[in-house]
Design a protein around this ligand. Structure first.
Ligand SMILES: Cc1cc2nc3c(=O)[nH]c(=O)nc-3n(C[C@H](O)[C@H](O)[C@H](O)COP(=O)(O)OP(=O)(O)OC[C@H]3O[C@@H](n4cnc5c(N)ncnc54)[C@H](O)[C@@H]3O)c2cc1C
Length: 499
């Protein structure tokens, strides 16, 4: 069995994990990821961009107002303020690393997305923003002496050390061998939970592992019921479903029903640019009734905006659709998790030695619904906050080994079939429109599945327990708020508003 020792272990090599690792210098950091992050992180897939109040006439207060409105009276104001105040510095940090955000003759070329009251979303390489950010962060990590980066290590469990402190993790490598990762500090940066759903825009890595492990080790979690669905995934039968960025609607694309009518105009004053939950619910409900929904971007692709959407154009063409001439079939798909591991202002979880940042963390900023393009921002700002806090605690005298007496590796069995069944149960009861009876049935189905689980299939057990916790949270929230919509409780209950 291999043992790797490090001072700080970062699990996940997306925007959050890499920002934490870079900022943690001079501490020795090992970043591990289950797969090549260029192929398997949400960061690599992010198209739309990163929101920052950089335009003349825009302000931190204006982005705050939009963030709180999208969050539906549930956001933690102080967390949102901290992140949005950090936006300008985050953008200049990324620029210094070589990210070329798109500009025009007037300065930043800013885009408008759903829920934003003005254009404030920066793109890089058109709609390939996430990939541009990730490649700059990976290059910086590769040239940083304090960082080692290993992909192909799937973390299965955290290590319980002396004095109730977590001290690293257990992983399995590509050959199926156990690897012990010894560390003084462990940072979860494992991204979201989209893969718990049958229809998702999230790639392979977003299985909810970090959140499931934190839950299993008794860290406090919150907001589990709040899952954002993206209204315009390309209905191509692929897995994951390719995303058609919201910026297309910002540039003028419209949603049409099977008769060619624009249905969102009657639903919300902002029509197609209404908050995501509103648009996603409408798209989902129509498709659940057997209707088709189409994104008409012909006007966008015929305009000067066309060059801003190379990824969307390529995606459509790869699926035999010519978006210059025809509307694109779309459906709603699980996209972003507002819930996560509860962290304090520095990113510390409630378990000693365990930190979290990015989508796996719950800062409270997004409340019941994330504002578009606030998540890359949060990943960069909070990742760096965690890294800086770790750097401040640097102690060069500290011994690198963290040994535990009589430590036994966790079982390494897998039970792939169970994951498929969890996905279909979750898809039936935790979609954008929920009902108490379906949630109760989902809870019973998950409990029955748990009884069939192969002994020792640790990761699958954790994922199943996470799904159960999400169903419980959705059942207990007897109201509709943001991304959590209960048909049996359609009103918001002001008693649950954030103070
Ligand atoms: C299609 C798509 C488009 C998006 N567009 C935007 C956008 O335009 N703007 C925006 O702000 N947000 C967008 N988002 C959301 C945003 O991309 C994510 O919230 C953000 O990138 C999350 O970053 P992260 O570092 O927390 O996680 P990720 O980038 O997902 O990285 C997670 C890392 O954890 C690793 N990992 C997971 N489980 C394990 C395990 N068990 N063991 C080891 N490693 C593990 C993965 O391999 C990966 O390296 C989009 C998301 C998707 C899916």
């Amino acid at each position: 069995m291999r043992t790797l020792q490090t001072d700080v272990l970062v699990i996940g090599a997306g925007a959050a994990g890499l920002c934490a690792a870079l900022a943690a210098a001079p501490r020795r950091v090992l970043v591990v990821s289950a797969a090549d992050p260029r192929l398997a992180s949400s960061t690599a897939l992010a198209q739309g961009g990163i929101a920052a109040p950089l335009a003349a006439g825009d302000s931190v207060e204006a982005q705050m107002a939009d963030t709180l409105a999208a969050g539906c009276h549930s956001s933690d104001r102080r967390a949102a303020l901290r992140v949005i105040r950090g936006a300008a510095e985050a953008v200049s940090f990324l620029c210094d690393l070589g990210v070329h955000f798109d500009r025009d003759a007037l300065g930043w070329r800013l885009h408008r997305e759903g829920g934003h009251s003005r254009a404030r979303v920066l793109h890089a390489r058109g709609d390939r923003t996430g990939a541009a950010i990730l490649s700059a962060l990976l290059a910086a990590a590769a040239s940083s002496e304090h960082i080692d980066l290993l992909s192909g290590l799937q973390v299965l469990a955290l290590r319980e050390g002396p004095a109730e402190r977590l001290c690293g993790a257990w992983a399995v490598d590509g050959a199926g061998e156990a690897v012990r990762l010894e560390a003084h500090e462990t940072v979860l940066a494992t991204g979201g939970v989209g893969r718990l759903f049958p229809s998702t825009t999230n790639g392979r890595a977003a299985e909810g592992d970090g959140l499931a492990m934190a839950l299993g080790h008794g860290a406090r979690v919150a907001g589990l019921e709040f899952v954002q669905f993206h209204p315009t995934a390309l209905a191509a039968g692929a897995d994951p479903l390719p995303l058609l960025t919201e910026a297309l609607r910002g540039a003028g694309a419209v949603l049409r029903d099977g008769h060619g009518e624009r249905f969102m105009v009657a639903m919300h004053p902002l029509a197609e640019l209404a908050p995501r939950d509103v648009v996603a619910r409408e798209v989902w409900s129509r498709r659940a009734r057997g209707e088709s929904v189409w994104l008409d971007a012909t006007g966008v692709f015929a305009s000067e905006h066309a060059e801003e959407f190379p990824a969307a154009l390529a995606l459509c063409r790869a699926h035999g659709i010519d978006p210059l001439r025809e509307a694109i079939p779309v459906s709603a798909a699980a996209h972003y998790h507002m819930g996560g591991v509860v962290v304090d202002t520095l990113g510390r979880s409630t378990r000693s030695g365990l930190w979290a940042c990015g989508e796996v963390a719950f800062t409270g900023m997004h409340g019941a619904n994330r504002l578009a393009s606030n998540s890359l921002l949060e990943a960069v700002v909070c990742g760096r906050t965690v890294g800086h806090a770790l750097a401040r605690e640097h102690n060069p005298q500290r011994h690198i080994r963290v040994q535990i007496e009589q430590e036994v590796p966790p079982p390494l069995h897998t039970d792939a079939q169970i994951s498929g069944q969890v996905r279909s149960i979750v898809g039936r009861c935790l979609g954008p429109v929920r009902r108490g009876s379906e949630l109760e049935q989902g809870g019973r189905d998950l409990a029955a599945l748990r009884a069939q689980l192969a002994p020792g299939a640790l990761l699958e057990r954790r994922r199943l327990e996470l799904a159960q916790a999400m169903v419980r949270a959705a059942l207990e929230r007897r109201e509709s708020r943001g991304a959590h919509w209960r048909e049996d409780y359609p009103q918001r209950d002001p008693a649950h508003d954030a103070a």
